[in-house]
Write a protein that binds this ligand. Sequence first.
Ligand code: DC
Length: 233
Amino acid sequence: MQKRPDGIIIAIDGPSGAGKSTIARLLAERLGYIQIDTGAMYRAAAFLLSQANVDLGDLSAVEQFCRNIDIRLEMVSGKQVVRANGMDVTDKIRTPEMSLLTSRTSTLKPVREALLTAQQLMGNKGGVVLEGRDIGTVVFPDAEIKFYLSASVEERAKRRCEELSLKGDPVTLADTITDVVERDRQDSERDLAPLRQAEDAVMIDSSLLSIDEVLAEMESLVHNKIELLESSL
Ligand code: DC
């Protein structure tokens, strides 16, 4: 296999709230890799579309708009900052309303095409941990290692509730379960790049595992893979 200049590509897919972002960040830190949170990119695109009041039913208007969007993920003092057309939208894209809107806008072909190209450009040199829904199936089907990280609906909703209440934005568990089920449905039933485990992805269920346990399992598989690739060069 051709070695990429900056390392391997690690793909982490799975439903919302399975812990992908935390794990991807820690894994990237340990390996000295760059974390690419593709969900944040979809959220930033949804934010821009809603701010500009683009009619989501008019695909040519969406396409026109997406031609000129500029979404960047930057690390500032160890924290990921999401910039959309120059604006810092890091916190604005994390509301429950924005989650539901993103689930809808991410079904649109022009949005997916614009972000697919951006993600491939950001990751193709390797040395990256990409997390999302379609990394192992569509964005980088040739990623050197793929994980599918999941957890039960209840556990994922519980985690989301805790996260939002820490931010001073409390929601009920029942409402969060409804949101999680709805987002799962939208993400996995859409026609384009639906949420799906790649055939060659390693499945990890994080319901009963701590972050450290998930990380340890992934890190060991990643190191084995890197050794194997290096020995075959
Ligand atoms: O991972 P997240 O919850 O921040 O993702 C927000 C939304 O973006 C989610 O509903 C699905 C969508 N998404 C996608 O369609 N493809 C990706 N690669 C990542 C996210």
